[in-house]
Design a protein around this ligand. Structure first.
Ligand code: CA
Length: 377
């Protein structure tokens, strides 16, 4: 081997390698539009491939709290991944209607979605247990059940049937019972009342004599203002003020018996998930956990000031639901929630896991969180 060939051979090899990689860089990336070549001609490797995803949401674009969470999630993932996971967020109706998010991600129209599992009760009644259950767990307890009590494994099993991988990605804390165009003094006042209330809460409301209506957030204000509905629940002061619901109804009731700490969800199309390298998968796990905590912190920080504004600047009448109304709703809830277990064996397993955890956590929270809040005054 001559000195000359020793000099030339590595150069030739490098040239060939570069050509091959440039060709790869020009070729469409695998994954059916989920990935894209780098534009600068640099070689694409697992560490440089860019995944351009769409995230559809059930929320109006940039609605405080609920709508800003998916935007923050996408922003953080873009930074954490150095741009390799580039997710464009669509508000409700921009790519698909709010209540078609589940199907859109299941079918791969979008790789990711953000919503609330109780919107998908038509797929399986047990989906609602991963959002919230009337008189059930609060935010802290839901996080315990999902991440350390077996809940997440069951959620993944259920959503796996629909080609989806779910994540907890937000929590509003205890919500408000809602906005009413008249005072509620007894259970009689609920009879025939048309109220926007989704999830299991809606079914309970029906058992108590009301007429539940399901509407996405963006349609609530007009429906209440025009009298198409008599009442609505939405979230709490921070979000309700943003929707100007005080301009459509005067009486604002608590406590949010129907949504004591709803978990919001992120979901990823299963094939899109499996096509990601492990580090990007880990980033999604971590970023969703962060946004799950972040949303609860934001609502906790902002609800007080928003409630003050509603009462002091807009003359909103704050009311507590009467005890007999609460008791009737609680009784109806037990029936409705128990019926979830009848849907199929997996729904039964989910119901039993949730109820067993609730029983356990109540025992300890009775002498810790609850006992403490009772003595703090
Ligand atoms: Ca709500």
């Amino acid at each position: 081997m001559t000195h000359e060939t020793l000099k030339l051979r590595p150069a030739t090899l490098v040239a060939c390698l570069c050509a091959a990689l440039i060709m790869l860089g020009c070729a469409p990336a695998p994954g059916g539009g989920q990935g894209e070549a780098q534009g600068n001609g640099a070689p694409i490797t697992e560490n440089t491939k860019v995944y351009q995803w769409k995230m559809v949401t059930t929320w109006p674009k940039n609605l405080p709290g609920l709508g800003t969470a998916p935007e923050r999630l996408a922003d953080r993932l873009r930074v954490m991944s150095n741009g390799r996971l580039d997710i464009k967020v669509y508000g409700a109706g921009e790519l698909v209607p709010a209540l078609e998010v589940f199907d859109a991600v299941s079918q791969g129209t979008a790789q990711m979605g953000h919503g609330a599992a109780y919107y998908w009760r038509g797929k399986n009644p047990a989906t609602a247990m991963f959002a919230t259950v009337p008189f059930g767990m609060n935010a802290q307890e839901m996080n315990g059940w999902l991440h350390y009590g077996g809940g997440m494994a069951l959620w993944r099993e259920l959503y796996g049937q629909f080609n989806l991988v779910p994540f907890a990605a937000g929590n509003s804390g205890v919500q408000m019972a809602g906005w009413f165009n008249k005072e509620i003094n007894s259970i009689e006042d609920l009879q025939g009342l048309r109220m926007r209330i989704p999830g299991i809460g809606g079914e309970v409301f029906a058992r108590a004599g009301g007429v539940p209506v399901i509407l996405p957030g963006g349609e609530i204000f007009t429906a209440l203002q025009t009298g198409a509905i008599d009442a609505t629940e939405w979230v709490g002061p921070y979000n309700d003020l943003a929707f100007s619901l005080h301009k459509a109804a005067k009486y604002y009731y608590y406590p949010g018996w129907h949504e004591p700490g709803p978990t919001l969800e992120a979901m990823v199309n299963k094939e899109a998930w499996e096509a990601l390298p492990p580090d990007l998968q880990a980033m999604i796990e971590v970023a969703t956990q962060a946004i799950n905590e972040d949303m609860l912190s934001e609502f906790t920080a902002r609800n007080n000031a928003a409630l003050d504004t509603l009462i002091n600047e807009h003359g909103v009448q704050l009311r507590r639901l009467p005890d007999d109304v609460i008791a009737a709703l609680r009784d109806a809830s037990k029936e409705v929630v128990a019926e979830i277990a009848d849907a199929d064996p997996l729904a039964k397993k989910i119901y039993e896991s949730y109820m067993a955890y609730l029983k356990d956590v109540r025992r300890y929270h009775g002498i810790s969180e609850q006992a403490y809040l009772n003595v703090r005054e």
